[in-house]
Design a protein. Sequence first.
Length: 397
Amino acid sequence: MKALQIHNYYRFRGGEDAMFENICGMLRENGHDVITYEMRSESIAGLFGKLSATVNGIYSREAKADVDALIARERPDLAHVHNLYPLISPSVLSACAAHEVPVVMRCPNYRLVCPTAVHLRKGKPCELCRGGREYWCALTNCRGNLMESTVMAARSYVVRSLGLIADTVSMFVPPSECVRQRLMEAGIPPARIRVVPNTVAIPEAACDAASGSYVAFAGRLSEEKGVGTLVEAARKLPAISFRIAGDGPLLASLKASAPGNVEFIGHLGREALGAFYAGARIGVVPSIWLEAFGLVAGEAMAHALPVVASRIGALPEIVDEGVTGQLFAVGDAEDLATKLEAMWGDPLRCRAMGLAGREKVKREYARSVYFGRLMRVYEEVLGVEAAIPMVEAARSA
């Protein structure tokens, strides 16, 4: 199989960039030909660059011409789209359709239903734009920059109203049922959606949660991650040690308000992060936003830690309550403290939950499992004689 992989790298590297590279690597490792079309957001510079990116984000003639020529030369069997913004745009999907190349689109966030992709405004969950009401992004200045908010609202409206994505993609691939539900609410037929959960790296050795000496959090210290809730829960549990790994805009304020049983240890590299998990008894994911997957929860489980997570977004899909961890009410420090105290007092239960979580990661999120699921999606799409006539398919579904 020859697969064209299309991706716009973000200005600051993130999980979507890593998944793009992982998927390309998996395909090559298994003997498939991979062609990539890539652009990088860090190339945007100055006022002219930003204005150009604004226009290109809606419809880039340059990107369409590039992909058209690439398909004509390489003749891929299918195209796999990762991120199109801000430089590539949905215009490349028209090039795929013109050559009858079916398109698989990975949906790692809520971009098709939310202009900013994260259902988040000023650090809190927001779903005002659901149901084709993108204008709320501009009216509430969702990005904290009126021009950016207006541009994102306009881009989202144009793409949705003209069907630039919905009418040209053969199969949508979200990482969770949570994202799938929102795609269906936006009018994407269930027959054109396949959930493929993210892959999680699995360390060779499992931790022994029973011997752990602290509660662990790893992640960005920003409002949507709910670290403030964790600090308040720690205040209610002075006999338990908490360690927080990561950096972010709330670091200084969290340090200033945290009780003495909370230690901030900064950003950790992968090797140091493994050692961090190895010394813990419980992992916590206190997010207040609609996590599209919950990679941090999966990573803690891969190390054999039980996880206490917010009951929001895809986290309940990752953490099986009472089996691999516990769920608590979003933003409720009292509920979080209650769940943590009960688990902390039963180290053998923590060990059993941690091992059950590791087994779930091996079963559901291993690299080989991800590749197998992705290939089934590819095979399903390629089973169609030609690119699906999307407008008719959407109307008949």
